[in-house]
Design a binder for this molecule. Structure first.
Ligand code: ARG
Length: 472
């Protein structure tokens, strides 16, 4: 960019030429500079930018586009730049727009012409696409590790709570007794699928755009396979236009992140409910809660509430990125600079949230007697009575009706099914015998469901151990 004013010429052709150069005849305003710059947020990709540049330089030297000396100078310069960045001494300039130009400018300052040759056969368009992929691949690997830890913590607590019984709900009404271990393992399943989704997304993130240059490739004899190998990419992007323009890999990540947060949010909702004094199923460690400035008795579950709230932002980032992409013609457009802040925000939120939850789960204090008391209300074993009648020969629909009548009776009498005498039960169906009381207990109910996917303590122990083994 040049800020000099060229005097207007009388010559028609000169005027034409000037019409073009006039775009550069005045300085960009401070506001426009700030508006168009990305360095304030893309500088966090600096390490990956340098990693990509070093691989590019190695390849350029290998194919003879730059000399071995140039390559050595570039490596030396980048080493110093890395040190300056890590020491917080690197001067990031808004005038230099983004992370790429800031680093390149400093490299030229340090090593001269070799620094100017680095950008041969490359554009910021394929450079930025490479940086994002390297950065995101690293974030995915961190998230995968955290999701494994989440599953282990849930499974460890499930092992401890394999025998603890609480009501299982449908429509937020007591439905059937379940074990708390089983309930926790439901979330372990969700986080397992989240990890599968991220691992699958990683395959498409892990492809090399570099070599696409601005959009059309380059006339230099580059070796893209070599660069891919140096950067541990599994594959090379096969179309230069696509390589610089699509951000579907980031959208996939944002979708996977939104699902992780959605699962976290559902879990949070339960933690908040369970911790409410009205329910009193659990207590969270003090370090995840805060007090009230006015009500001294309060201990609020701030962390799960905030996680539930942050889910909105992460969901929003997905929609923002989809919307960013939908109107763009091929190939690169500056719109794409807007891909980063939402993506960074989603990854930061996932990382912080999972890290906190791994710790918080381990510190859940379970109030087993409150859970049990709640399971004893609401005729949680009514289905077991119906199943019992079916085993005695009744068709299920008839058994369902018979039990409905018994429940109605108990509701009027203000008692539980298990409180009825054998004679009273036999009044509803003559096939009922003394072994019914085994069936009507909470323990009998859960123990009977020992098949794969069932809530029985025996099954919970098997599944929890399997999850621990798989993720340790
Ligand atoms: N900062 C830009 C981005 O994030 C880098 C690519 C700029 N390319 C260009 N032709 N202006 O997308």
């Amino acid at each position: 960019m040049s800020n000099q004013n060229t005097p207007a010429s009388q010559d028609q052709f000169a005027n034409k030429a000037q019409a073009w150069s006039a775009r550069f005849s005045e300085p960009v305003s401070d506001l426009v500079k700030r508006y168009t710059a990305s360095v304030n947020f893309d500088k966090r990709m600096a390490h990956f930018d340098i990693q990509g540049s070093l691989a590019h330089a190695t390849m350029l030297a290998a194919v003879g586009v730059i000399s071995a000396e140039d390559k050595a100078d570039i490596e030396r310069g980048m080493q110093q730049i890395l040190q300056e960045i890590d020491a917080g001494q690197f001067e990031w300039l808004l005038d230099l727009e983004d992370v790429h130009l800031n680093i390149e400018k400093r490299l030229v300052e340090l090593i001269g012409d070799a620094g100017k040759r680095l950008h041969t056969g490359r554009s910021r368009n394929d450079q930025v696409a490479t940086d994002i992929r390297l950065w995101l691949r690293n974030e995915i690997d961190i998230a995968l590790e955290l999701l494994a830890q989440m599953q282990v913590k849930l499974a460890q607590l499930a092992l401890e709570q394999a025998d603890t019984i609480l009501p299982g709900f449908t429509h937020l009404q007591v439905a059937q007794p379940v074990t708390f271990g089983h309930h926790l393992l439901a979330y372990a399943e969700m986080f397992k699928r989240d990890a599968e989704r991220l691992a699958d997304c990683r395959k498409r993130v892990n492809r090399l755009p570099l070599g696409a240059a601005a959009l059309a490739g380059t006339s230099f004899p580059i070796d893209r396979e070599m660069v891919a190998k140096l950067l541990n990419f599994d594959e090379v992007c096969r179309n230069s236009l696509d390589a610089v323009s699509d951000r579907d890999f980031a959208i996939e990540y944002c979708a996977a992140a939104a699902l992780i947060m959605t699962h976290i949010s559902r879990f949070s909702e339960e933690l908040v409910m369970w911790m409410s004094p009205r329910v009193g199923f659990i207590d969270l460690a003090d370090r995840f809660c805060t007090g009230s400035s006015i009500m001294p008795q309060k201990k609020n579950p701030d962390v799960p509430e905030l996680a539930r709230g942050k889910t909105g932002r992460v969901n929003g980032n997905l929609i923002a990125l989809l919307t960013l992409m939908k109107g763009q013609p091929l190939a690169y457009n500056k719109d794409n600079q807007e891909d980063k802040e939402g993506l960074f925000d989603s990854a930061d939120t996932i990382r912080d949230t999972l890290t906190i939850f791994v710790d918080m789960i381990a510190g859940i204090k379970v109030k087993a007697s409150a859970m049990r008391d709640a399971a004893l209300q609401g005729f949680a074993t009514a289905t077991d009575l119906a199943d019992y009648l079916v085993k005695k020969g009744l068709p299920f629909r008839d058994a369902h009706e018979t039990v409905a009548a018994a429940v109605r009776h108990c509701e009027d009498a203000g008692c539980d099914l298990a409180d009825l005498s054998l004679e009273q039960l036999q009044a509803f169906d003559a096939s009922i015998e003394a072994d019914i009381f085994q069936v009507l207990t909470l323990e009998g109910s859960v123990a009977a469901r020992k098949h794969i996917g069932g809530t029985a303590p025996e099954r919970v122990r098997i599944e929890a151990q399997r999850i621990i083994d798989q993720n340790s």
